[in-house]
Design a protein around this ligand. Structure first.
Ligand code: SF4
Length: 483
């Protein structure tokens, strides 16, 4: 791929921040000349080629380091639909090379101090520090494979610095008490309803409060999007604070697009002060899909897996990323997004397992308009033993208009509105609203019967009034709302 598309890369090559000694500059130049054409390397200085089946993940416009976002569309990137998704290619090649296990390790964000510098010299420096004897003698005497010793003594320490220490293991939450009303409700085993309220475009909170109060009697928690579609509006944090003041359990959505490692940790601490204990980690829509003039389209500082890893460690180990201790650890119930239709179920399972390992306790899925089409994904999750480790809330939407149905089907990656639904809505005429509610109720009822689905997440897309009707007609018990 890299050899044929060198001029279509999204990010320019990185340069070091400080002047390097002549020898290292020469080495960096050699590395650039060799790895650039071969792998599309941009000299991020934090090389992951061994983990990514020798395809540079920096070809991803978001620079995601732990797998694809939910925008993969038939293997193509939604940010630039003319290009294959870098991570899709990595998954495909890893499978062919039987290196899928390498995709599970939670990899650190870029250490920007190293950006633009050479990485080959680092291998020699770490080997020297570890002691060449300790590397080669055990492999010769104890019959250990040289590759394994090199991995353990050299490559892993380079890849996983002390401040990160990522691995491929599942880390169950260290806290036993439910961290939020939503977690308590999910643990109770009842079928749970959450809803999404779109933050307002204006500074006035009157309409926002009305919407929150409209859904309050029916749901266990309310999500507030964080600049969805890269459109600025009231922040998820401000809306969460308003919701908490009204006695509603908010789900604070944090998008990696508009945050970095510092703001994420500050937000998580501040969220507790506001009464927001549920945090949903997202990579976020690319500014490319937002309005012009577009904001920074460089790579993100973090991806959603890294966000989960950082927040879980803040809660369970009481440490900031830089190692400082947190005296009063934040209460956090951690969530992530899932896009069941983005790739085939086996590939999806790798991505979901990684999110769960990193800390995700609940998943909210993309919109589901055909519940039976969710089965292959659920079966794969079941086969891999993931269903018992996470609560799944399937996304549903009462469609407000036929135009919206067509828009979602044609423009949102991973959303498929079946022909049958389109036909029913088109034939409904004056009874459109009634028919749309009926379709949503049928979907909720089907989802309710599926093993592994703990509830539904209703995204009314501006039709909040429909929520009460859906829940009432589906005969669901209104959710608890006390945070
Ligand atoms: S932005 Fe998403 S879809 Fe595009 S290359 Fe990156 S991971 Fe793949």
């Amino acid at each position: 791929m890299a050899l044929f598309t060198p001029l279509r890369r999204w990010q320019p090559a990185f340069r070091p921040f400080s002047r390097q000694p002549a020898g290292r500059r020469l080495l960096a130049l050699t590395e650039r000349v060799v790895k650039g054409p071969l792998f599309g390397c941009r000299m991020c200085g934090n090389c992951l080629l061994q983990e990514t089946a020798f395809i540079c993940h920096m070809a991803c416009p978001k620079g995601l380091r732990n797998g694809p976002c939910g925008g993969v569309n038939n293997g193509y990137c939604y940010v630039d639909p003319t290009r294959r998704c870098a991570w899709y290619l990595i998954y495909e090649r890893s499978r062919r090379m039987h290196r899928e296990h390498k995709l599970l390790e939670v990899l650190p964000p870029v250490d920007w101090d190293r950006a633009g510098t050479e990485t080959w010299g680092e291998v020699v420096r770490v080997a020297r520090k570890a002691g060449f004897r300790k590397i080669f003698i055990p492999s010769a005497r104890e019959g250990k494979k040289l590759g394994e010793v090199l991995e353990e003594k050299i490559f892993r320490p380079i890849r996983q610095p002390d401040w990160w220490q990522g691995d491929s293991e599942y880390h169950p939450p260290a806290v036993t008490e439910p961290q939020s009303a939503l977690e308590r409700e999910l643990r109770s085993g009842r079928f749970v309803i959450t809803a999404e309220v779109t933050p307002p475009l204006s500074a006035a909170t009157g309409r926002l409060k009305e919407k929150i109060m409209l859904v309050k009697p029916w749901v266990a928690a309310v999500n507030f999007t964080d600049g969805s579609s890269a459109v600025p509006r009231m922040s998820s944090a401000a809306c969460s604070s308003v919701a908490a003041s009204l006695g509603v359990d908010p789900v604070l959505q944090i998008s990696a697009r508009d945050n970095n490692r510092n703001s994420l940790q500050s937000l998580a601490i501040g969220a507790n002060a506001m009464g927001a204990y549920n945090i949903l980690c997202l990579s976020g829509d690319s500014p490319r899909v937002g309005p012009a003039p577009r904001s920074n389209m460089n790579i993100n500082d973090l991806d959603s897996v890294q966000m989960l890893w950082i927040l879980r460690r803040m809660r369970d180990e009481g440490i900031y990323l830089d190692g400082r201790q947190i005296k009063n650890r934040p209460r956090i119930f951690l969530g992530a997004a899932a896009a069941p239709y983005a790739m085939d179920p086996a590939m999806q399972a790798i991505r979901i397992r990684k999110k769960i390992n990193a800390g995700a306790q609940f998943l909210q899925t993309n919109l589901v308009f055909d519940p039976d089409s969710l089965d292959p994904w659920l079966e794969q999750m079941d086969k891999e033993g993931l269903l018992d480790k996470v609560f799944i809330l399937a996304g549903v939407c009462p469609l407000k208009s036929l135009r919206l149905a067509r828009y979602l089907n044609d423009n949102i990656p991973g959303v498929n509105v079946p022909e049958e639904v389109m036909r029913r809505l088109a034939d409904a005429g004056d009874h459109f609203a009634e028919e749309s509610i009926s379709i949503t109720v049928e979907n909720v009822e089907k989802l309710r019967g599926k093993r592994g689905v703990s509830g539904v997440h209703i995204m009314p897309l501006g039709w909040e009034e429909a929520i009460a009707q859906v829940i009432d007609r589906a005969g669901l018990m209104p959710g608890l709302i006390t945070p």
